[in-house]
Ligand binder design. Sequence first.
Ligand code: ATP
Length: 228
Amino acid sequence: MDGLGSRHGLLHAVRGVSFAVAEGEVVALIGANGAGKTTLLRTVAGAHPPAEGMVSYDGADLAGVPAHERVRRGIALVPEGRKLFGELTVEENLLVAGRRARPGPWNLETVLDAFPVLRPLRGRLAARLSGGQQQATAIARALMTNPRLLLIDEVSLGLSPKAVDEVYANLTVLRDRDATVLLVEQDLNRALAVADRVICLLEGSIVLDRKTAAVTRDEVVTAYFGFA
Ligand code: ATP
């Protein structure tokens, strides 16, 4: 994205944001509450219109491309709060997402192989899953579309520490398979552990963009809280 800005009415939630995610890269977007992380992710997914600048993907400007068409082109969003169909089973949630899937390696069987925790739960209603199981289902559901870019909002929000461990085990599986992921994470340690690169937003602008191998935790904390 280049010079991207997004507004909520008068509020300039994202300002002048420019970065690119390389194929096979896992990028963690961090920042305090209200820094603009969710708005940025939703703008990339086509769920929120940009106010200025542009999002490009595969060499094409995505201006005016609706969210469903972005999914078709390979951009999948795991939204904040998971947003599963509670009255459908795990398997039905996965199959619904897979109905218009792009061709690719992911289908019901390969997704259940990658996330074995879901296999015994496939007949369970999504509304009856624990938070961690719901997050695993939501990530698996996004994979069913065979995305080339996976956007995951608030990976560990509202989950128990054990559930967060499980979800991160799933993310490690994806990283090892060279998935391209842009994730939002409030937990710095988790973000630094899983990502190749970390981008920190402060009041809508990028204040740090660095390979995790080339940044110290102190530098990230400083950027996160905006100390001088
Ligand atoms: P959080 O971790 O709290 O979700 P965030 O970094 O994801 O924070 P956003 O949710 O993108 O931040 O919010 C950025 C700013 O935009 C905040 O000031 C927020 O109050 C505001 N905002 C977000 N959504 C809306 C909305 N639908 N209407 C008005 N203002 C909004």
